[in-house]
Design a protein around this ligand. Structure first.
Ligand code: BG6
Length: 480
């Protein structure tokens, strides 16, 4: 069993979780800059606990400090990116996934001309990656919409945001013409799980929240299709992918009712990738809208835009699997911005996420069988607490075990016949958590000396897993 020679090994981050520098060089506020530190999110009520209101946003705008807003600090990646990229190169990265903070290029999101300092920053980062022959994988939108668009338009609910986004993407393509791989919306399906973070929707500004969520999602589908076309025109040979949160679901038992409940959960999870890969809304979803009184308004050309501009590959995050039962009578646990049934056969991480390496193989097989397009695992990893020893070491066998088990299953799936472009771990370096804004929930092969409150030197240290991943890449997955 071996992986293709050009397999893209690497790691993935998002601008709002690493850059910090929230008010530097003309950057505007993004939805991430008003996300507060939430170390104790109740898993049974995730959506409401991470929700914002117009009042909490205004209070955040008035607060000019980063005390309660860890994403304003990130890991100071804006100033330390050269040091970080050198460490990625030392691990042997072939690829690195990053996102572009929209509000660094367009501080309010609706300007006609970009902020030159923002453009220059990303040109510098890409040049630094290419200096080491690291292929950039660039996400256009990763939970960091300009806050102004959220406040003035209720985010993606307003169709005119499509134009704002296309203008932003055009600047990205024009200023970064050597980037071959682009992703449009990170975990696009998450709009219904955290509408503010994912689509800038402020719940108290929505009369019919569920309908607004699906309308926003539709606008993102159209925007994604339009920028896919644009990328192909502006950067010949470029490849554009959608990005799905793969929430593989199993029936809690072999009872047909549970199998049905699980089928329905998986159908909802596939919905976005179905639209973006096949170019048409699945009939089961259209019926779901009808039954739930959800009316999604289509522009006159939308159906054709979606049909004619499907994605080149399917990328996804995979952290865990879930179970469903018809009676709802299962223990619940937290997961990747979701609360779901806990599988009694699986162990969980300290944060309650079920660890399921075989689920990764299943996910790869299901996705490839369904779409027959190349796949790309652009996020996979575990959050864990680490200890920095007095002599500057971090011993993290639990992380090595997690990755080893997942990579083993990934390689089996490739051997089964799946066309897989690459694997970027989440995250190669500790960063601020998307859901809870914790630093203490550490994902990296590289340790960052900063705590939840922003105390620390921000110095970087190589964990034991750093050397392990280096060896994995060097052997192209043969030596796990
Ligand atoms: C994914 C996101 O949902 O999961 C990342 O795309 C995020 O941005 C990752 O960081 C892990 O989630 P969390 O909440 O532990 O940071």
């Amino acid at each position: 069993m071996s992986l293709p020679k050009n397999f893209l090994w690497g790691g993935a981050v998002a601008a709002n979780q690493v850059e910090g520098a929230w008010n530097v060089d003309g950057k505007g506020l993004s939805v991430a800059d008003v996300a507060t530190y939430k170390p104790t999110v109740d898993v049974k009520d995730y959506k409401h606990q991470v929700a914002v209101s117009t009042d909490t946003i205004q209070a955040a705008i008035a607060d000019k400090t980063d005390t309660d807003y860890p994403k304003r600090r990130g890991i100071d990646g804006y100033h330390r990116y050269k040091e970080d990229i050198a460490l990625f190169a030392e691990m042997g990265f072939k690829a690195f996934r990053l996102s572009i903070a929209w509000s660094r290029l367009f501080p309010n999101g609706d300007e006609t001309e970009p902020n030159p300092a923002g453009v220059q920053f990303y040109q510098n980062v890409i040049a630094e990656l290419q200096k080491y022959n690291i292929e950039p994988i660039v996400t256009l939108s990763h939970y960091e919409m300009p806050l102004h668009l959220s406040l003035t338009k209720n985010g993606w609910v307003d169709r005119s945001v499509i134009d704002d986004f296309v203008r932003f993407a055009k600047v990205c393509f024009a200023s970064l013409p050597t980037v071959k791989y682009w992703l449009t919306f990170n975990e696009i399906d998450s709009v219904t799980r955290h509408p503010f973070t994912s689509a800038g929707i402020i719940p108290d500004q929505s009369k019919h929240l569920e309908q607004d969520e699906y309308q926003a999602l539709h606008h993102q589908f159209v925007a994604s299709a339009l920028v896919t076309k644009l990328a192909h025109e502006m950067i010949p040979g470029s490849q554009v992918g959608c990005m799905l949160t793969k929430l593989t679901d199993y029936p809690a038992t072999a009872k047909p009712e549970d199998v049905l409940a699980s089928f329905q959960a998986n159908t909802m999870n596939y919905f976005c990738a179905d639209v973006q890969a096949k170019g048409i809304y699945p009939p089961l979803i259209t019926k779901f809208f009808e039954k739930n009184n959800i009316q999604v308004a289509f522009g006159p050309d939308d159906a054709a835009i979606l049909r004619d501009n499907t994605v080149d590959f399917i990328s996804f995050s995979y952290y865990m699997s879930l179970i469903s039962s018809a009676s709802g009578d299962v223990e619940m646990t937290s997961g990747n911005t979701i609360v779901g049934g806990k599988n009694p056969y699986l162990k969980t991480t300290e944060w309650g996420w079920s660890v399921d390496p075989v689920g990764l193989r299943i996910s790869l097989l299901q996705l490839y069988d369904r779409y027959r397009k190349p796949l790309f695992i652009v996020e996979n990893g575990m959050g864990a607490a680490d200890t920095l020893t007095a002599d500057g070491k971090i011993h993290d066998p639990y992380r090595i075990a997690y990755f080893r088990d997942h990579l083993r299953e990934m390689i089996k799936a490739v051997d089964d016949g799946v066309d897989l472009l690459g694997y970027t771990s989440w995250a190669p370096i500790d960063l601020v958590s998307a859901s809870t804004s914790q630093m203490s929930k550490r994902y990296g092969f590289i340790y960052v000396d900063a705590d939840d409150l922003g105390h620390g030197t921000y110095d970087r240290y190589r964990k034991d897993s750093f050397y392990w991943y280096q060896k994995v890449i060097r052997s192209n997955g043969a030596d796990l």
